[in-house]
Design a protein around this ligand. Structure first.
Ligand code: NAD
Length: 489
């Protein structure tokens, strides 16, 4: 079913985004002169024509990073810290501009865009503080006559690949720890959303990061050029955020030259609502877990397992709340839910809802694609069968899918019945909820809370949701390697 998008109030002024490659300290067109369009999913218009990076451009970025690596690694932690802090200060001044870029290239609501811009800048502040606290160790050997010094060195040139759903925060979550550690970096943003990444890289240029320390490329075709970059002897690290499918492919590519890989991959977060859950708190936080970023989040609540004793009340309250959600362009700051990143993504979400209905589920609210723009209603589906595609696939859209259960052990079994293990949510009396949390196979579990993202927390998954952690003190370790120095005394 389709409906027409209502008119929106376009309230912000337009800024011209940077749409070029950043190599060796300068913005430039691609050497082949080609571009690809960056499209506003809210109205289908082209916002910018972004430079395509040729194979030669990408290898030039690697060479300039390799050349800058030794001198960057030799800078003092304080110097790196102060540059990152300066980037934080500039982004703080310019969050509105960054937010507007993300509204336009990604379709975010204003609230999501400004929320992400603020979250993104915090990684610069956090890792400015971590840069001067890189830990080392001094140990005595068991024989008592030898000394062991464990030093930490920057791992080297790092390739950072980011997805479209959080175009700024996924970039800063990698850029900040890599730069703090003393690594030079090449950022490859998603084709859908390169403008926010270019804006962030320009902030790094403006505050004085030296040429070669940071580059940005958008290779086409992606796979073969990235594989060639990974096989360059100078590249020692891949930090990837994206789908499990692409992550798996990149792990194979890393194997050839034994490149260290950190992987933040897909999720399929279960929400377990226990019999003792506080209804109002559960609804309020579930809305955040589900609707933040329009559901296009790796941590988004994907499947709600709700105990029979609270099921009907939960469904009724969620339906009420979802009915109040205003859908439309993020340029109207009053809208709650923006567009999906593309019509293709919207149709994927619609297909999952249609599939659930064929499997016996009922659409209680929403369930409609919009005719103009890649919008999809805030949607509630009940009577979902565990095992239906909507419970096994990342929905990545504003759809709450509810499965009723009677037995907590069965809810835990269903929650863990997935190859993913990124995020899980539990609502209930705290002691009982913690006991359930400990049985869940997930890198992160939120108890009676709908949002967990925090620069100070180790973000990451188990099973096929990833390898390694981002943020926190763990995040910088991904870009450092131990060196053992043996002393005799
Ligand atoms: P994607 O895997 O399609 O793309 C991610 C990045 O990889 C993009 O920059 C893309 O251009 C690039 N890419 C695609 N094919 C490639 C190849 N063959 N070689 C090298 N690079 C390639 O993911 P997406 O659709 O942009 O993002 C959505 C996915 O990201 C979801 O699965 C989501 O769960 C995941 N994600 C995970 C986290 C996390 O922290 N775990 C955070 C955000 C998003």
């Amino acid at each position: 079913m389709t409906t027409t998008t209502p008119a929106t109030t376009l309230s912000t002024t337009r800024t011209e985004p940077i749409a070029q490659l950043f190599i060796d300290g300068a913005w430039r067109a691609g050497s082949d002169g080609g571009t690809f369009p960056v499209v506003d999913p809210a109205d289908g218009s082209t916002i910018a024509d972004f430079a395509i990076a040729s194979r030669e451009d990408c290898l030039a970025a690697v060479e300039s990073a390799a050349l800058a690596q030794t001198s960057w690694a030799a800078t003092s932690p304080r110097e790196r810290s102060e540059l990152l802090r300066a980037a934080y200060e500039v982004l703080t001044e310019e969050v509105e501009t960054l937010a507007e870029i993300m509204i336009r290239e990604n379709g975010k609501s204003y609230r999501d865009a400004i929320g992400e811009a603020n979250y993104a800048k915090e990684f610069f502040r956090w890792f400015a503080e971590e840069a001067v606290r890189i830990p080392g160790e001094y140990r005595l050997s068991p024989s008592g006559d030898k000394r062991i010094v464990v030093d930490r060195q920057p791992i080297g040139v790092s390739l950072l690949i980011t997805p479209w759903n959080f175009p700024a925060a996924m970039a800063t979550r990698k850029l900040a720890p890599a730069l703090a550690a003393g690594c030079t970096v090449i950022l490859k943003p998603a084709r859908e959303t390169p403008l926010a990444a270019a804006f962030v890289v320009d902030v790094l240029r403006r505050v004085g990061f030296p040429p070669g320390v940071v580059s940005l490329v958008t290779p086409v075709p992606t796979g073969p050029i990235v594989a060639e970059m990974l096989s360059h002897p100078a590249v020692r690290k891949l930090s990837f955020t994206g789908s499990t499918e692409v992550g798996r492919e990149l792990l194979h590519a890393c194997a050839d030259t034994v490149v260290s890989a950190s992987m933040e991959l897909g999720g399929n977060a279960p929400v377990v609502v226990l019999p003792g859950a506080d209804l109002e708190l559960t609804v309020r936080e579930s809305l955040l877990a589900k609707m933040r970023n329009g559901g296009s989040a790796c941590t988004a609540a994907n499947r709600f397992y709700v105990h029979s004793s609270i099921h009907d009340a939960f469904v009724a309250r969620m339906a009420e709340e979802l009915a109040a959600v205003r859908v439309g362009s993020g340029l109207d700051h009053d809208n709650d839910l923006g567009a999906l990143v593309s019509v293709r993504e919207r149709d994927k979400v619609a297909g999952l809802v249609d599939g659930a209905v064929r499997d016996g589920a009922t659409v209680v609210h929403g369930g409609r694609s919009w005719e103009d723009g890649a919008f999809y209603d805030a949607t509630l589906v009940t009577g979902v069968r565990h095992g239906s595609a909507i419970t096994t696939t990342e929905i990545f859209g504003p759809v709450t899918a509810v499965v009723r259960y009677d037995d907590v052990d069965e809810a835990v079994r269903m929650a863990n019945d997935t190859v993913f293990g990124l995020m899980a949510y539990v609502f209930g009396e705290e002691r009982e909820a913690v006991a359930v949390a400990r049985r869940l196979e997930a890198g992160m579990v939120a108890i009676n809370r709908g949002v967990v993202s925090d620069p100070a927390a180790p973000f990451g998954g188990v099973k096929q949701s990833g390898l390694g952690r981002e943020g926190s003190s763990e995040g910088i370790l991904e870009f450092l390697e131990e060196q053992y120095i043996a002393l005799t005394s």
